[in-house]
Write a protein that binds this ligand. Structure first.
Ligand code: NAD
Length: 486
């Protein structure tokens, strides 16, 4: 098994190699086997990528908007035709089960390209009457946008950034996570095939230093990062040096609140999706599950019954529902947190270890549930990014709201209740950028996605993303003489 790309980088419309950079080994998380090697971008590659993006951007911005939209929609069509091949690559790159990648990765990328492809021709400024005079605004691209990705959704993240950026007339240089370097290269190939000018979407590989070089380069007009809060802090500061635009999609420790009147089976399904899908490696996961005291026992019994039946295995198998974590480092981190949970006095209800048969093979951790978790425990405060669910109990609405909001993060939140007014009261009061009533973790492209507080700035998806990839130029038009004091 191997997934070696033709070369490490994709610059100016073609694959480019430069083996002078640091070696990056791509590991298949289910076995720990090396499946590809790429090389970190040297300063020369970074220069070439940004220069070609700047050149392509000028050409692209002169396309009729409807033509830009057509290219994006063509790219979406190619992605859909190749979904199987792209899903298999995503599974190798990330270790996520093929039954997930077939429906959640390339397809959600295609949706973003369809949505923003459709929007491209509708992006306009406005006319502002001023009595006799008037003003108008031009909606202009920012120029060269840098995208920096996390490893959990490599194709989706690349598309969620590229689609609105390109729709607005920008070019992009994308740096995938060093852990998942493969999928974005396929997207770059597909853009060229769809008719995008060479250099419009470039991919350069590298660790944080390459991300930092891109974020501080004078040619860069905008930086969009998906990553952790500590990285966000650094990238935001680096972008601020050049007063660059930013979008920061960062981490979370989101609350999922289940009131006593909730439909328990649906709440259990949501808690499963919010903690164990993608082996728990989703930024918006509802990892603090606040369950009303009166239904705690019933909730835990049902989630235990369902979760312990999950099929853990080789992510390439159709039947596998839970695959490995992304890397050895993440595996150690999650197992450490499980030990921390135990030592803090939380009760381990199920999971907590390496699944049988996977000891020493790949980076597997069982779906794990702790009950009796209190707000001060580290497992309730820190982002684990693995399949570890904490159950906390509550008695009143005011109490749970205060506790849910008592965090520096603010990415997402969910509420399960049949009480309509309570649901909307909670939505208004929860400090989170993306919220759900009676479901969890659905992120359709039509709905803005992003965080408040430390979880980020800016929004991806929906019309909201346009504001973060374009800027307005105001033009005042005088229709009469110019008055002056002397
Ligand atoms: P990370 O912060 O370690 O890395 C993210 C990216 O930033 C990588 O490409 C990395 O190489 C790059 N990077 C690291 N240091 C940099 C620097 N100084 N300058 C520029 N770039 C730098 O995150 P990760 O471990 O890859 O991903 C997991 C994190 O991402 C979690 O915290 C998760 O919540 C978050 N995440 C957020 C969203 C969202 O949309 N809000 C989505 C997915 C993941």
């Amino acid at each position: 098994m191997h997934a070696q790309p033709k070369a490490s980088h994709f610059v100016d419309g073609r694959y480019v190699e430069d083996t002078a950079g640091q070696e990056i080994t791509c590991i298949f998380p289910a076995t720990g086997a090396a499946i590809a090697t790429v090389y970190s971008a040297t300063p020369a590659i970074i220069e070439r990528a940004l220069a070609s993006a700047a050149r392509a951007q000028r050409e692209w911005a002169s396309f009729a908007p409807v033509e830009r939209g057509r290219v994006l929609r063509r790219a979406a069509g190619i992605i859909r035709e190749r979904n199987e091949e792209l899903s298999q690559l995503e599974t190798l790159d990330t270790g996520k089960p093929i039954q997930e990648t077939r429906v959640a990765d390339a397809t959600s990328g295609a949706e973003a390209l369809e949505y923003f492809g459709g929007l491209a021709a509708t992006l306009t400024g406005e006319t502002i009457p001023l009595g006799g005079d008037f003003a108008y605004t031009l909606r202009e691209p920012l120029g060269v946008c840098v995208g920096i990705g996390a490893w959990n959704y490599p194709t989706q993240i690349a598309c969620w950034k590229a689609a609105p950026a390109l729709a607005c007339g920008n070019a992009m240089v994308f740096k995938p996570s060093e852990t998942t370097p493969l999928c974005a290269l396929k997207l770059a190939e597909i853009f060229v095939e769809a008719g995008a000018p060479a250099g419009l979407f470039n991919v350069v590989q590298g660790y944080g230093d390459v991300g930092a070089a891109l974020a501080t380069h004078p040619r860069t007009d905008k930086v969009s990062l998906t990553g952790s809060v500590p990285t966000g802090r650094k990238v935001y500061a680096a972008a601020a040096e050049g007063i660059r635009h930013v979008t920061m999609e960062l981490g979370g420790k989101s609350p999922l609140i289940i009131f006593e009147d909730a439909d328990i089976e649906n709440a259990v399904s949501a808690a499963i999706n919010a903690n164990f899908y993608s082996t728990g490696q989703i930024c918006s996961n509802g990892t603090r599950v606040f369950v009303h005291k009166s239904i705690e026992e019933q909730f835990i019994a049902r989630i235990a019954e369902r979760s312990t039946k999950a099929a853990i295995g080789d992510p390439r198998e159709d039947t596998t529902q839970i695959g490995p974590l992304i890397s050895r480092a993440q595996h150690e981190k999650v197992l450490d947190y499980i030990e921390i949970g135990k030592s803090e006095g939380a009760r381990l209800v199920f999971g907590g270890g390496i699944p049988q048969g996977h000891e020493g093979k790949g980076f597997y951790v069982e779906p794990t549930l702790f009950s009796g978790v209190t707000d001060d425990m580290r497992i309730a405060r820190e982002e684990i990014f693995g399949p570890v669910l904490s159950v906390l109990t509550f008695e009143t609405e005011d109490e749970v709201l205060a506790r849910a909001n008592a965090t520096d993060f603010g990415l997402a939140a969910g509420v399960f209740t049949k009480d309509l007014t309570r649901a909307h009261r909670m939505m208004a009061a929860l400090e989170a950028g993306t919220c759900w009533i009676n479901t969890y973790n659905l992120t359709p492209v039509e709905m803005p996605f992003g965080g408040v507080k430390r979880s980020g700035v800016g929004r991806e998806n929906a019309r909201a993303a346009i504001e973060h990839y374009s800027q307005l130029k105001s033009v005042y038009v005088a229709m009469g003489d110019v008055e002056a004091p002397f």
